[in-house]
Design a binder for this molecule. Structure first.
Ligand code: THU
Length: 133
């Protein structure tokens, strides 16, 4: 996967974000091994609480389309930030529920590629299904 291509795709996608309140656009692309892409943008709400983050827009689509963690090549996240561009806590919990902790995740901010991480990096010792066993 080419970082510049991914960056361009994220920047194009983030323009679809519905952000009348924060004006902070976020885009998430889950690249699949079969070449398909699962996309999500943040969709805000006047009641604030129903706002959905880009990651939590994308992950349910992955599930609904019949895919699982074994189908995923890369998770890419863009935020309109000058800084790190970190996934929020709720999204970290959603990501680790459905995807592998070792799943590669690329973070981009408004300027550039920030770095390659894993889902588990963002939620060490996270609460998962095995904690219920
Ligand atoms: N947001 C995301 O889409 N993903 C995150 O991980 C962090 C926050 C969105 C929610 C809201 O629409 C805006 O960014 C500002 O918090």
């Amino acid at each position: 996967m080419d970082k510049q291509v991914v960056f361009e795709e994220l920047k194009k996608l983030k323009e679809r974000a519905y952000v009348p309140y924060s004006h902070f656009k976020v885009a998430c692309i889950i690249y699949l091994k079969n070449g398909e892409k699962i996309i999500g943008v943040n969709v805000e709400n006047a009641a604030y609480n129903p706002t959905i983050c880009a990651e939590r827009a994308a992950v349910p689509q992955l599930v609904a389309q019949g895919y699982n963690k074994n189908d995923v090549e890369l998770v890419a996240l863009y935020t309109d930030s000058d800084k790190f561009g970190s996934p929020c806590g709720t999204c970290r919990q959603t990501l680790i529920e459905i995807l592998d902790p070792n799943q590669k995740m690329w973070i981009f901010n408004k300027n550039d590629f920030v770095g390659e991480y894993t889902i588990g990096y963002f939620l060490p010792e996270g609460f998962t299904a095995c904690d219920l066993a």
